[in-house]
Design a protein around this ligand. Structure first.
Ligand code: CO8
Length: 258
């Protein structure tokens, strides 16, 4: 169904693999369109509880497609950036959490894609960087914004202005990834995290994600109010009744996403 993406569902977890290894999984227009389509499919499947995004071969994603970009004029480049922003925002605001399993190079648009995910787990082989200024352009899939929000303004400037490539351990040290694991442990570890999330109340998970996303860029007073109202909303779910009853009755909760 997709030419550049492998998509699989096992139990309630979606596995999405970008599959363009000959070009290091570079994001061209087709990959971006297919990513949007596959994540729309994920969003519409109410049985899913978490998604894992990874890349086939040596790279997670080695950036936007430089060959395709080299032929773009100003208008086309702007449209390409809009398309990329659309995909990143869709993933960031997806109902269920998305875990980036960063298996190798996550450069430029690839680093930006990983940052649009909720949690980043890196293989010891992963490498991160924003090499754009070396190509005469800038991060255009929201890297100037998401990177500074994740690692701070100073470190974001260091990475973007020098185009330095860092390894997984350094990415972990600066807070760009949450965990570093051996290559063979990457997918099992992501699956373990996905299953932990999947075992929790889906509405509470979705509302927590929404609160963090929408509160992060607001002032503290607005964000606090947003959390207060969201906290109240979870009390109207059947899963709230189930979760609290199960605790009191000393049994395992069975959540229904209701
Ligand atoms: N775009 C297109 N093709 C690529 C890309 C890419 N980003 N990265 C790798 N490839 C291709 C290579 O050209 C090569 O193709 P071929 O076999 O036909 O020659 C193939 O993938 C394998 O790559 P290498 O032979 O270079 O493999 P190495 O293991 O020697 O090196 C690297 C791997 C280090 C990942 C190297 O390929 C590299 O440096 N790639 C480019 C990384 C880069 O600069 N990325 C940033 C791109 S710019 C960007 O992402 C901007 C995002 C915002 C866009 C906003 C829209 C306006």
């Amino acid at each position: 169904m997709y030419e550049t993406i492998n998509f699989e569902v096992k139990e309630n977890i979606a596995y999405i693999t970008i599959n363009r290894p000959k070009a290091m999984n570079a994001l061209n227009s087709q990959v971006l369109d297919e990513l949007l389509a596959v994540f729309t499919e994920v969003e519409n499947n109410k049985d899913l509880r978490a998604a894992i995004l990874t890349g086939e071969g040596k790279a997670f994603v080695a950036g936007a497609d430089i060959v395709e970009m080299s032929k773009m004029n100003t208008v086309e480049a702007r449209e390409f950036a809009i398309r990329g922003h659309g995909v990143m925002n869709f993933i960031e605001n997806l109902r269920i959490p998305v875990i980036a399993a960063v298996n190798g190079f996550a450069l430029g648009g690839g680093c930006e894609l990983s940052m649009a995910c909720d949690i980043r787990i890196a293989s010891e082989k992963a490498k991160f960087g924003q090499p754009e200024v070396g190509l005469g352009l800038i991060p255009g899939f929201c890297g100037t914004q998401r990177l500074s929000r994740l690692v701070g303004k100073g470190m974001a400037k260091y990475l973007i202005l020098t185009a330095d490539m860092i390894d997984a351990v350094e990415a972990h040290r600066i807070g760009l990834v949450e965990k570093v694991v051996a290559p063979e442990e990457l997918l099992p570890e992501c699956e373990r995290i996905a299953k932990m999330i999947a075992s929790k109340a889906p509405i509470a998970v979705a509302v927590s994600k929404d609160c963090i996303n929408n509160g992060f860029n607001a002032d503290m007073k607005t964000a606090s109010q947003y959390e207060i109202n969201s906290f109240g909303i979870t009390f109207s779910s059947e899963d709230f009744v189930e979760g609290t009853s199960a605790f009191i009755e000393k049994r395992k909760a069975e959540f229904k996403n209701k």
